[in-house]
Design a protein around this ligand. Structure first.
Ligand code: NAD
Length: 325
């Protein structure tokens, strides 16, 4: 998948989630340069070396492991995975005290090193920590948000797909709410292909839907019980969000923004991109838009809904290709 040329992505935390995220970024070619930062220098260096040894087979040309936060400078996107992880049976919210302390020490220096970066908080409880991080730094909530329910949505689609006997990519359904024990599926909009899930066949009874919701909500507990951590799917989910931010995937993600971001519902799909990203092109003339074609909240505020944007050559604004999801 094409992304911003020379995109630099820093992954903070080289543990199970951070290293899986760096791996997914590499094999999907989502970033040209991946920096893996951790306070544990030996771990970060070793993980990066192991990843770099596979560079011949991937798109990323540079993978750096470091305990020097300065190496994160100039990142386009920062994915934060550092912090305490759930132990078997522990809830995400029980991590808040420890991880809030870690975020308070980490985020300001990361933002100082990369003031234009979009920051994605994966560390749990990710929605709470993202809100705290915005408060602590005064960052624009559209530039600092949580990975939210992207992973849970993937789990939901898998559960539905397996029952229906279809590819998960043919399932359109979302988990919303706080990533954790209070999240829930939007059954009213859930579809398999174009067919509402409840009309697919008789097996999707209310009881069965409840069972699926519980299965998704407790999925992490089952994985942690067996192997101590969840990492591969969150690595892929985080990479999906990075691709959306870097503007070329055309995907929407149920990641979470702070509720104070104007004109964006807290559960709205992530539709943000870097303001310095590639320009949108007019379908008719091929000319680049002066303003980024973005649905991020700041751009929405600037734009009046009654006045379609024009590319300067007479085309209606709605003929612009939206490069970002
Ligand atoms: N949002 C999601 O969907 C999701 C999914 C899975 C896991 N998680 C969360 O991701 C986090 C990481 O999980 P994990 O399994 O990788 O844990 P882990 O223990 O394997 O790795 C954590 C890493 O963070 C590093 N670290 C700790 N404090 C740091 C600091 N101040 N600066 C830099 N690095 C620091 C540690 O050295 C360690 O390498 C946990 O909070 C977990 O709950 C979130």
């Amino acid at each position: 998948m094409a992304v911003i040329e020379n995109a630099k992505v820093t992954v903070v935390g080289a543990g199970a989630v951070g290293s899986a995220t760096a791996y997914a970024l590499m094999i999907r070619g989502a970033a040209r340069e991946v920096v893996l930062y951790d306070i544990d220098d030996a771990r970060a260096t070793a993980e990066a070396l192991d990843l770099a040894h596979g560079a011949m087979f991937t798109g990323a040309s540079e993978v750096v492991g470091t305990s020097d936060v300065g190496r994160a400078a100039g990142s386009h996107v920062i994915v934060v995975t550092a912090g305490a992880a759930q132990r078997p049976g522990q809830t995400r919210l029980e991590l808040v005290e420890t991880n809030a302390r870690i975020m308070a020490s980490l985020i300001p220096s990361l933002v100082e090193a990369s003031p234009r970066a979009i920051v994605i908080i994966v560390t749990n409880p990710c929605d709470v920590l993202a809100t705290l991080a915005v408060e602590q730094t005064g960052a624009d909530p559209a530039r600092m948000f949580a990975s939210g329910c992207v992973l849970d949505t993937s789990r939901l689609r898998l559960a539905l797909a397996r029952r229906a006997g279809v590819d998960p990519r043919s399932v359109h359904a979302h988990i919303v709410g706080e990533h954790g024990d209070s999240e829930f599926p939007l059954w009213s909009s859930a579809r398999i292909g174009p067919i509402p899930v409840t009309e697919w066949d008789d097996s999707f009874t209310p009881d069965e839907l409840d069972a699926i919701a519980t299965e998704v909500r407790t999925a992490a507990y089952s994985v942690i019980e067996g192997k101590g951590a969840t990492n591969y799917a969150i690595g892929l989910s985080s990479t999906r969000i990075v691709e959306a931010v870097l503007a070329t995937s055309g995907r929407s993600c149920p990641s979470r923004r702070d509720s104070r971001a104007p004109s964006v519902s807290t559960e709205s799909p992530s539709r943000c991109r870097r303001s310095s990203g590639p320009r949108a092109r007019c379908r008719s003339t091929g000319s680049a838009s002066r303003r980024p074609s973005t649905s991020c909240s700041r751009a929405r505020r600037r734009r009046s809904p009654r006045r379609p944007r024009r590319c300067g050559r007479g085309c209606r604004g709605d003929s612009f290709v939206r490069a970002c999801p």
